[in-house]
Design a protein around this ligand. Structure first.
Ligand code: UDP
Ligand code: MG
Length: 323
């Protein structure tokens, strides 16, 4: 993208960054050590996802080191899009995606690379423990992964986040998937090829606090379900059918009662209850359909997934802004 001199790179590390000024010095220290241990040339793609703190200045400063490259998005596009931007910029034969906050220890990447050398195209890191996460996050994650596994025809492994290594051919396949609502881990599963997992201990955040608000978590969860399953639509259909069948049967009974016994229900309670129940079902069904229509609308607009600030790559120390 910004950097034009084409060097051969074996390994790319894609790191999305949103307001992580506190953790960046620690991150650089760990990444420098990893780059040193690699048996091949490596690069680090830092994606600034519209940070409002000093992250940009710190990242830019680090890019004086030619192994680091910065993709500066024009605003906050969200974690999933930031990953996409990073993968599209990466040049490595293998690409490792990890969080900036050191919850995903960069050292695990060395194990991933070993697996990649064995011939695997996707090496996902599965969380053995989830340190420093609230019971609510753990419980909801657990429930969600179970639900998703039931609903989706694509095999989505449990407790696997976006921390993973992907081969060049997987990256190219992902680039050819232009969907707007991105659920990265689902897309990687969909792609196929030889996939494997390794276990790791998810650490606590090294500094700062989570950038995933509850609403963003819900959106991600919904993307996982809506993007990889049409079961909600089918549930809506079956629900509608069942209710219609019940009311049809009820009608027959009422009619027979009136015909043989002359019995007519006087109360309005049942009418009101039935009416409100049915409108509830209708709204729910419409809502489910609406979710999918909304996604179609989003795709139809066909906007670019992200925009990049075209700031030239800082090449000399003099250009580096003070940190
Ligand atoms: N992130 C991002 N854009 C956002 C939110 C988060 O690029 O809008 C980055 C963030 O800087 C971090 C990674 O995504 O590197 C994961 O975010 P976080 O650690 O806050 O999520 P959690 O681990 O709590 O789920
Ligand atoms: Mg985190």
């Amino acid at each position: 993208m910004q950097n034009t001199h084409q060097t051969v790179v074996d390994f790319s590390f894609v790191i999305p960054v949103y307001n992580e000024e506190d953790v960046l010095p620690l991150l650089f220290e760990r990444m420098d050590a990893i780059l040193h241990q690699l048996n091949g040339p490596g690069e680090v793609i830092l994606v600034n996802d519209g940070s409002t703190d000093l992250s940009y200045e710190i990242l830019n400063g680090k890019c004086a080191d030619p192994r680091y490259r910065l993709v500066d998005l024009s605003r906050n596009f969200g974690h999933q899009i930031a990953i996409t931007a990073g993968i599209e910029t990466a040049r490595g034969k293998a690409i490792v995606i990890l969080d900036a906050d050191l919850q995903d220890p960069p050292e695990v990447a060395l194990e991933m690379i070993a697996k990649w050398r064995e011939g695997f195209d996707v090496v996902a890191a599965q969380r053995e423990t989830r340190k420093g996460e609230t019971w609510f996050k753990r419980a909801s994650a657990n429930l969600y992964y179970r639900l998703l596994a039931k609903m989706s025809p694509v095999d989505l492994p449990r407790d696997v986040g976006d921390f993973r290594l992907i081969d060049r051919k997987v990256a190219d396949a992902l680039k050819a998937m232009p969907e707007q609502d991105r659920y990265f881990r689902g897309m990687v599963s969909w792609v196929g090829f030889r996939q494997t997992q390794i276990l790791y201990e998810r650490q606590e955040r090294a500094a700062g606090e989570t950038k995933y608000k509850l609403s963003a978590m819900f959106r991600l969860a919904a993307n996982g379900i809506l993007g990889f399953s049409d079961i909600p639509l089918r549930i809506a259909l079956w629900f509608g059918l069942t209710v219609s069948l019940v009311s049809f049967t009820a009608t027959i009974f009422v009619f027979l009662g009136w015909f043989f016994g002359g019995y007519v229900v006087a109360g309005w309670t049942s009418t009101v209850l039935l009416l409100s129940f049915l409108s509830g079902v209708q709204l729910l069904t419409l809502g489910v359909v609406g979710l999918y229509v909304g996604r179609i609308y989003n795709e139809a607009k066909a906007r670019p997934l992200y925009l990049v600030n075209n700031s030239p790559r800082i090449e000399t120390i003099e250009d580096v802004q003070p940190v």
